[in-house]
Design a protein around this ligand. Structure first.
Ligand code: KG4
Ligand code: ZN
Length: 330
């Protein structure tokens, strides 16, 4: 794929830009919005304002670091959705402005697709594969037999896996986003300290995490603050064990029902060390090729948008200035 693509991501609370040049990522700049921490979750209006403030700087930095000028680009790829409408609009309007001023083609990228194709930043493109997308907004199992042809095998019926980590972390007094903090604490804890429910683990490929959240809420209410503080690492490990057991079991079931040689993890929660270890073991036992993005490409980033843009450009899938953002998957 010999081309130069700028990738812009602004669907939630990270303003990100990256430059892809001839098969490799040359820069990957992420401006995280710390402002949401004090609210324990993303405040949409504040997110759009922060994107607006940092987008030019972020894109400029990505181009500078890659030593690529806007004139050199073959296309500008941008996250089109799903995400927060106000946030998406900032990235999309910026991308359109650049495309219009420099006569560059525009490529709208689906944010969920981009999480999956982040795996092709460092591994060659292979099909068919079964993918598990686990982020703050989505938990989905897909069978993909060719680019952008996704057969949804299962989805969450309530909270996403990342949302479960974040909401449960909040109950435990951890800062937002709690996923990475829980991961770190879990490494020093006992995953068998308390057995939290593994909802819907026995059958099917759909997920449910709201029961686990309620179960942790009751557990926390039954204990003293001192007990929770003293055993925080153990509780984090036990919660992580419940979430990752369900994810691994469902992924295994999906592969048994849809035999493939390649599987992949994608999305923010694919950075979770317990999940990576469990799925790694499963892949070894089943003789599967497991792809997992490098840690910097798991959570929202511009590189995943740029690489997906490159795959689309190769298939001649370009957009024009009428490209519209979408908040939800139809
Ligand atoms: O993909 P992402 O950056 O944004 C969405 O598209 O939603 O995912 C963010 C989610 C958050 O819920 C965050 O807590 C979770 O990914 N996350 C993790 C870890 N790193 C990020 N969850 C568990 N363990 C981690 N190491
Ligand atoms: Zn994401």
């Amino acid at each position: 794929m010999d081309m130069k693509i700028l990738g812009i991501e602004s669907s939630c609370d990270e303003t990100a830009a990256a430059v892809y040049v001839d098969g490799a990522i040359k820069s990957n700049i992420i401006a995280s919005q710390a402002i949401h921490e004090q609210f324990g979750g993303v405040v949409p209006e504040l997110a759009s304002r922060a994107h607006h403030k940092t987008i030019w700087k972020t894109v400029d930095q990505a181009l500078n670091e890659a030593e690529v000028s806007v004139e050199d680009l073959d296309a500008i790829a941008v996250a089109q959705g799903p995400g927060l409408m106000g946030s998406l609009l900032v990235g999309l309007s910026f991308a359109k402005g650049l495309a219009l001023s420099y006569y560059k083609p525009l490529i709208g990228v689906n944010h969920i697709d981009a999480h999956l194709y982040a795996n092709f930043i460092e591994s060659p493109e292979v099909y068919p594969f079964v993918g598990l997308i686990v982020s703050g907004g989505h938990t989905r199992l897909v069978y993909v037999d060719k680019p952008f042809s996704h057969n949804i095998l299962g989805e969450t019926r309530d909270d996403a896996a990342g949302e479960a980590f974040d909401k449960i972390g909040k109950l435990l007094g951890l800062p937002y986003p709690a996923g990475p903090v829980m991961d770190k604490r879990a490494k020093n804890g006992n995953p068998e300290f308390h057995s939290f429910p593994r909802s819907m683990i026995k059958k099917g490929l759909d997920f449910s995490f709201s029961g686990l959240k309620t179960s942790v809420l009751y557990y926390v209410q039954d204990q003293t603050d001192e007990f929770i503080q003293e055993h925080l690492d153990d509780i984090c490990a036990s919660v992580s064990a419940a979430i990752t057991d369900v994810l691994t079991t469902k992924l295994k079931r999906a592969v048994k029902q849809n035999p493939v040689k390649h599987i992949m993890l994608a999305g923010g929660v694919s950075a979770n060390s317990m999940l990576r270890a469990k799925v790694g073991k499963m892949a070894d036992e089943m003789g599967l090729n497991l792809m997992m993005p490098a840690l910097q490409y798991c959570t929202d980033n511009g590189a995943m948008i740029a690489v997906t843009g490159a795959i689309k450009a190769n298939l001649n899938q370009f957009d024009d200035l009428s490209l519209k953002p979408f908040a939800r998957v139809s």
